[in-house]
Design a protein around this ligand. Structure first.
Ligand SMILES: [Zn+2]
Length: 96
C-alpha cells in the first residue's frame, strides 16, 4: 500500500472548498483563536434567555423596592400565589 494512492483530505481535488473566513474577526477584543478553541461554543439562544430572565428578576426587584411586588402591574389585583410559586418574577395576575 502506498501513501500516494490515498488522497489526503487537504489535497483531494473536488473536495469541500475551504472558506476564506477570518475567524479572529468574530472574537471579542483581546481573545486569540488559540484561546477561543478552549472555550465552549456560545449558545446565543440560551444567552438571550438568560438576559430575558435577568430582566424579569430586575423588574421583580424594582417592584419589591416600590412595594408593588405581588400585585398585578396592569390592574393592581393580587398576583396568585400559585403563579408566583411557579415564577417568582411574575408581575401580572392570571387575567393579564
Ligand atoms: Zn391583572
Amino acid at each position: 500500500m502506498s501513501d500516494s494512492q490515498i488522497p489526503s483530505p487537504s489535497t483531494s481535488p473536488g473536495g469541500e472548498q475551504e472558506l476564506e473566513v477570518d475567524l479572529a474577526s468574530f472574537l471579542p477584543d483581546g481573545v486569540t483563536l488559540a484561546e477561543a478553541d478552549d472555550r465552549p461554543p456560545v449558545d446565543t439562544a440560551a444567552l438571550e434567555q438568560i438576559e430575558t430572565d435577568l430582566a424579569a428578576v430586575d423588574a421583580a426587584l424594582a417592584a419589591l423596592d416600590a412595594g408593588t411586588y405581588g400585585r398585578c402591574t396592569t390592574c393592581d389585583e393580587p398576583v396568585d400565589d400559585a403563579l408566583l410559586a411557579v415564577d417568582p418574577t411574575h408581575l401580572t395576575c392570571a387575567a393579564h
